[in-house]
Design a protein around this ligand. Structure first.
Ligand code: MG
Length: 339
């Protein structure tokens, strides 16, 4: 099979700020796998937080292209093992290749991916829409721009938390989830914030404390007025057993997991350990978002919204109406170029 890749720019409607940093544009990669008469497509984006810069991704994709030159997409089990051995740790690239292979297979057999897995598209939960850290004026504008989204996910984790939440609650009574992105420093601070958020009708809080602070997070959970979800603390299924009893749920993202197969395994393992599953995303277009959405019927909560944060989305895939997603009926991922 022939693996090729193409970097492309993405630009956000509003500058994106979370507790760790801020940006308004980036470079994503389109990954294509051509074999026989069909081409499958996948996407990855850089994730500096996990050391996966544009340069790291470019090198990893060049290596993967050579590795797969004499391979066949149907050999995907061995291909995945080879990729993890020879191009280790670059999970964004693993994810893009896995998406492209699954897209190719779906197209080859003429079936949408969710149907290949035996899933029913109508039973997926409603997705939230994320609002980054911003000025009062911009947060009001963002909330006004999304009147039909039934659930909001608000980014907190800094000195403006009280001001942001007060603004949100002045504007809307819709259900809210909060993502602190590791921004609170200790269990007592987080517990105080969470107690206050519970009074603001927040449903749950994501990654309140820094990654790896599991003893501190276990202490927080004893005091927490709301369920807490792991994001930065949970990448693959191997992380899940040690998070059980410390968190109430996990946020699974293809870019961390390294692909759809690993994400499916994570959902199964998390549920066996009594953890809830949210399906989330990095800053992907409709290509990456739609790939993740094929797993939506297995999730308890969805945060598949990054394509809607972009000024221009080069792909068409899932439709989102009032937070409810509709999966495409085309074979494979069902994603097409916008033009
Ligand atoms: Mg998060």
């Amino acid at each position: 099979m022939r693996l090729t890749f193409q970097p492309f720019p993405i630009e956000l409607k509003h500058r994106w700020t979370i507790s760790r940093g801020s940006f308004d544009r980036d470079t994503n990669f389109l990954v294509s796998i051509a074999h026989e008469d069909l081409t499958g497509f996948g996407e990855c984006c850089s994730v500096e937080r996990y050391g996966q810069s544009e340069a790291v991704i470019r090198r990893a994709l060049a290596m993967a292209s050579k590795l797969f030159a004499r391979r066949d997409p149907w050999q995907f089990q061995t291909n995945t093992r080879l990729l993890r051995e020879r191009v280790p740790a670059v999970t964004t690239v693993h994810a893009a290749i896995d998406m492209a292979v699954k897209d190719w297979i779906g197209k080859k057999i003429g079936v949408p991916l969710y149907r290949y897995w035996g899933l029913e598209s109508t039973i997926a939960p409603v997705s939230s829409f994320s609002i980054g850290i911003d000025t009062t004026q911009i947060i009001r504008k963002k909330i006004a721009e999304t009147p039909d989204d039934p659930i909001l996910k608000i980014k907190l984790g800094g000195q403006w938390d009280e001001e942001i939440m007060a603004t949100v609650r002045r504007e809307t009574s819709r259900p809210v989830r909060v993502d602190a992105n590791e921004g609170w420093r200790d269990a007592e601070t987080a517990a105080r914030k969470i107690e206050w958020l519970a009074k603001m009708q927040v449903e749950f809080v994501e990654q309140p404390l820094p990654t790896g602070c599991l003893d501190e997070t276990a202490r927080l959970r004893q005091m927490s007025a709301l369920p807490i979800f792991a994001d930065e603390d949970c990448h693959t299924a191997a992380d899940i057993p040690r998070l059980s009893g410390i968190y109430d749920g996990i946020n699974i993202k293809l870019m961390k997991a390294g692909g759809l197969d690993e994400a499916r395994t994570m959902i199964e393992v998390a549920h066996r350990y009594g953890l809830q599953v949210m399906l989330g995303c990095m800053l992907e277009t409709s290509l990456g978002i739609t790939a993740a959405a094929h797993l939506a019927p297995l999730a308890d909560a969805l945060d598949l919204d990054s394509h809607r944060l972009l000024k221009y989305d080069p792909f068409c895939g899932i439709e989102v109406v009032q937070g409810k997603i509709s999966l495409p009926s085309l074979p494979g991922l069902g994603v097409t170029p916008r033009d």
